[in-house]
Design a protein around this ligand. Structure first.
Ligand code: DC
Length: 221
C-alpha cells in the first residue's frame, strides 16, 4: 500500500518548502497541486480565455494537457509539452491560478491527475483540498498555517532576496484576498479536514516543522 501524507493550508504557510524537505527525508514523491492550477491559469492567460465563460472553460479543459515529470527530484509541470516551472511563480500567475481554481471542470480534471500520481507512489502532496477531496483516505493529514502578517513577511523576504522590489502591506493584502477567495469558493474550499492535525508555523522554524511532521509520521506508520 502506498503511504500518503496530505498537507493543506493557506498561501505562504510554507507548505511546499516543508513538503519538499519531508519528501527528501522519507524518500517520498512530492506533489505540488498548486503548480497544476498555476499551469492551468497560465493556459487561460496565454490563450486569452475567460474562466467565467463556459465555452472558454471547455476549450481549456480540452486543450490544456498538463503532466508532471520529475528531474533530479524536482517536480516539473509540463503544459502542452513545455516545462512551465519558470513561468508560473509570478504574482500574475498566482492570481490567475486562484481564479481558475474556482471552476468545477478544471478541478475535476486536475483531481483525476493528482489521484493517479498518488496511486503509484508514496507521496506527500500539498494544496488546499488534499485531505478533504483528493485523498480523503490519506494516512496522515496536516493543516499548516501561519498568521497573514508572518506569511507576508516570508514572501517579502523571498522577493527581496531575488531582487524583486515589493511592499509588505501590499503583499499582506494580496495574501488576505487570496485566502478569502480560496476559503469561500463554492467548490472544494480551503478548510481543515476533520481528521487533520493543525500545525501553526508562525513561531516555528522550517526545521522544527519538518521534525514535527517526521515525528507524526513515525507515530502514524
Ligand atoms: O499553492 P499555490 O499558491 O501554488 O496555489 C495556487 C492557487 O491554486 C491558489 O489560489 C489555490 C489554488 N489551489 C487549489 O484550489 N487547490 C489545490 N489543491 C491547490 C491550489
Amino acid at each position: 500500500m502506498n503511504y500518503c501524507i496530505a498537507i493543506d493550508g493557506p498561501a505562504g504557510a510554507g507548505k511546499s518548502t516543508i513538503a519538499k524537505l519531508v519528501a527528501k527525508k522519507l524518500e517520498f514523491i512530492y506533489v505540488d497541486t498548486g503548480a497544476m492550477y498555476r499551469a492551468m491559469g497560465l493556459f487561460f492567460f496565454e490563450n486569452n480565455l475567460d474562466s467565467e465563460k463556459q465555452e472558454d472553460v471547455v476549450k481549456a479543459c480540452e486543450n490544456a494537457d498538463i503532466t508532471i515529470e520529475y528531474k533530479n527530484g524536482e517536480q516539473l509541470v509540463i503544459l502542452n509539452g513545455e516545462n512551465v516551472n519558470g513561468k508560473i511563480r509570478t504574482e500574475e500567475a498566482s492570481k490567475m491560478a486562484s481564479k481558475v481554481a474556482k471552476v468545477k471542470e478544471v478541478r475535476v480534471k486536475l483531481v483525476e491527475l493528482q489521484r493517479k500520481l498518488a496511486s503509484v507512489e508514496n507521496v506527500i502532496m500539498d494544496g488546499r483540498d488534499v485531505g478533504t477531496q483528493i485523498l480523503p483516505n490519506a494516512n496522515l493529514k496536516l493543516y499548516l498555517t501561519a498568521s497573514s502578517k508572518e506569511r507576508a513577511k516570508r514572501r517579502w523576504k523571498e522577493n527581496i532576496a531575488k531582487g524583486i522590489e515589493c511592499d509588505l502591506d501590499t503583499i499582506e493584502a494580496d495574501i488576505i484576498a487570496r485566502d478569502e477567495q480560496d476559503m469561500n469558493r463554492e467548490i472544494s474550499p480551503l478548510c481543515q479536514a476533520e481528521d487533520a492535525i493543525l500545525l501553526d508555523s508562525s513561531t516555528m522554524t522550517i526545521d522544527q516543522v519538518v521534525d514535527a511532521i517526521i515525528e507524526l509520521y513515525n507515530t502514524h506508520k
